[in-house]
Design a protein around this ligand. Structure first.
Ligand SMILES: [Zn+2]
Length: 303
């Protein structure tokens, strides 16, 4: 297995899924009548995104924002604000309907409508895809290949990037793996009927930092750290510190931990966003056209 990340660097990717109210509507159409329920998601584009942009901009950190096409059309200002500071806008379905619950035709339509919406609002067609609810279907990969995507960030079967072994003439797609442990929802998401205790920041900080330390220790094997957050969750005034500052206090702080912790890593190590990783592995500048990956590279395949 060839490493695609330089062992002197460690790829950290800050990603935000701007679901707004789309996930609440997809989970239960009856929520369309529940203005209060929907408002929880609306906090993302209205308040969370501007706050996150301000913070990351101050720290000079880029990010990738996955946006359902319907949300891009409803909240163009939030999307354009992210574009204006250099964030990448990537595909996250159209109505945030889990692809595995759709027919192939329905999923194909969602992908096409999502591409058109992002192209129109962000001024550039997306080249990265994260499926709504990470619910990749058996048709998704083929549809991504047909629609010129360059990467997927959906799978939990590895913690190094790899190529999907598709045989379509359009070529393979790079997988940038994710995991629930590096998602803000399991720690902080609270809504009826799926009620759960809301974690303290220190709890999430501890999990994320420990995972960071584990992956960093294996950086020579090409491990990457992909943090998945949601503006309506991590855009809260308290939580916004989590991805980009060292303010949250770990239970057992020490100099090394703090220096290389959730803030340290982005200050000390390059490549906090997906485009940066892709550039490093020779895919060219993402977002500028839809060039296929250089197949001459020896990517790790699968496991
Ligand atoms: Zn989502």
């Amino acid at each position: 297995m060839t490493q695609i990340v330089d062992d002197s660097k460690f790829a950290v990717m800050l990603t935000f899924d701007m679901d707004a109210e789309s996930a609440f509507l997809a989970n239960d159409p009856e929520n369309a009548h529940r203005v209060g329920v929907l408002s929880q998601g609306q906090y993302g584009p209205k308040v969370g995104v501007p706050r996150l942009i301000e913070l990351l901009e101050r720290k000079g950190l880029p990010a990738t924002m996955f946006v359902p096409g319907w949300c891009a059309e409803k909240y163009p200002d939030a999307v354009r604000a992210a574009v204006s500071v250099g964030w990448e806008i990537a595909h996250h379905g159209y109505h945030h309907i889990p692809p595995a619950s759709q027919t192939r035709e329905e999923e194909a339509e969602s992908i096409l409508k999502g591409i058109a919406a992002i192209d129109k609002v962000a001024g550039k067609a997306p080249i990265g895809y994260r499926s709504p609810s990470w619910d990749f279907s058996s048709n998704t990969l083929d549809l991504l290949t047909q629609n010129g995507f360059l990467y997927s960030s959906n799978m939990m079967d590895n913690d190094v990037p790899y190529l999907h072994p598709v045989s379509s003439s359009a070529g393979p797609i790079v997988e940038l793996p994710i995991q629930w442990i590096l998602d803000d929802a399991p720690f902080f998401m609270f809504s009826r009927p799926a009620v759960r205790p809301i974690s303290a920041l220190s709890n999430a900080f501890e999990h994320w930092s420990e995972e960071f330390e584990g992956l960093y220790a294996e950086r020579e094997r090409g491990k990457i750290y992909v943090l998945t957050m949601h503006p309506f969750i991590s855009g809260r005034p308290s939580r916004v510190r989590l991805p980009a500052t060292s303010s949250p206090k770990p239970r057992k702080p020490d100099d090394e931990f703090t220096r290389r912790g959730l803030t340290g890593q982005v200050q000390d190590y390059p490549a906090p966003a997906m485009p940066a990783l892709a550039e490093r592995v020779g895919l060219g500048r993402l977002g500028e056209g839809k060039d296929r990956p250089d197949m001459g590279l020896d990517f790790p395949f699968g496991h």
